[in-house]
Design a protein around this ligand. Structure first.
Ligand code: PAF
Length: 293
């Protein structure tokens, strides 16, 4: 496995890899966990070569967010990348991704108006800026993103289409712990008591998903099922939104959607967690379909 922190060397390495087969790319901020490794295995399934970036991108953090505290474990991350057969790891410093005098930001409109875009102003401009830089360096590739950051996935797909970037962006289903908690680098902030309370996100979504499968379609009623679960666990809600899965805008209460995104962000202690389900949940439908067989 080749590692570099130099953008030009990383670009060269990706170009060389492409001479013998396609490249798939997984951008990360490190503190890698099984969710990231699943994305890397998916990348390996889709292309001969796998490139990974590890970069805690300062421009996507707000002034009162956890940039300084964000977990970092480069030696452990490199071992994990090696264990799944990654070919090249790019580990740049902020000064080589944001050159002196840098003055360019990339932004996507509309899709960033609600959900995390509303509660984290500037976040998606930071994400789009760094991801477009990473795509420019990686070159033609398939890029694999987790669906836990559902809004991020949709925003990046829009950006790639609008800028004609030579990247196929694919989403991978959320990877969960055995008790349902969506995997996240931020889970390591949780103490044991908070870890238990954090289950209220996935449990609330499961309750709403079950209600949806039983015929509930009213957006506010579905949101309420999630809200009640979060409140009874003492989580502080940032948002709970039953939204259009493509536009990401909150559905009016009169809507009776056949498909909906149910997305949640909440603080458990000081840790902000996100989770979502696209309803109807295909895994749940498979269970229901299999029930009578
Ligand atoms: O999802 C993340 O880890 C980050 O937002 C990303 C895509 C690596 C950009 O910094």
């Amino acid at each position: 496995m080749f590692r570099t922190d130099d953008p030009a060397e990383y670009r060269r390495s990706c170009n060389e890899l492409r001479l013998t087969g396609p490249v798939a790319f997984v951008p990360t901020m490190g503190a890698l966990h099984e969710g990231h490794l699943t994305l890397m295995r998916e990348a390996k399934r889709r292309a001969k070569h796998v490139a990974v970036s590890i970069f805690v991108n300062p421009t996507q953090f707000g002034p009162n967010e956890d940039l300084a505290l964000y977990p970092r474990d480069l030696p452990g991350d490199l071992d994990k990348c090696r264990s799944v057969g990654v070919d090249v790891v790019f580990t740049p410093e902020p000064r080589s991704m944001y050159l002196p005098g840098e003055a360019t930001r990339v932004g996507v409109e509309a899709l960033t108006d609600e959900l995390c875009g509303a509660s984290r102003p500037g976040h998606f401009d930071g994400v789009c800026t760094v991801v477009s830089k990473l795509f420019c360096l990686t070159g033609e590739c398939t890029a694999v993103f987790g669906q836990k950051d559902y809004q991020q996935l949709k925003v990046i797909q829009r950006m790639v289409a609008d800028l004609f970037l030579p990247v196929e962006v694919v989403g991978h289903p959320i990877v969960r712990e055995s008790d349902g908690l969506a995997m996240s680098s931020r889970n390591r902030y949780l103490d044991p008591e908070e870890r238990t309370r954090a289950l209220s996100l996935s449990e609330g979504l499961s309750r709403a998903s079950l209600a949806f499968s039983e015929g509930e379609r009213a957006p506010r009623a579905l949101e309420t099922l999630v809200t009640e679960c979060l409140q009874s666990a003492g989580a502080v809600i940032d948002y709970v939104s039953c939204a259009d899965p493509e536009r990401l805008s909150r559905l009016p209460d009169a809507a009776r959607p056949e498909r909906a995104l149910l997305a949640v962000a909440a603080f458990v202690g000081k840790t902000r967690l996100i989770d979502n389900r696209v309803l109807p949940d295909e895994a749940e439908l498979a269970v229901v379909a299999g029930a009578g067989a």
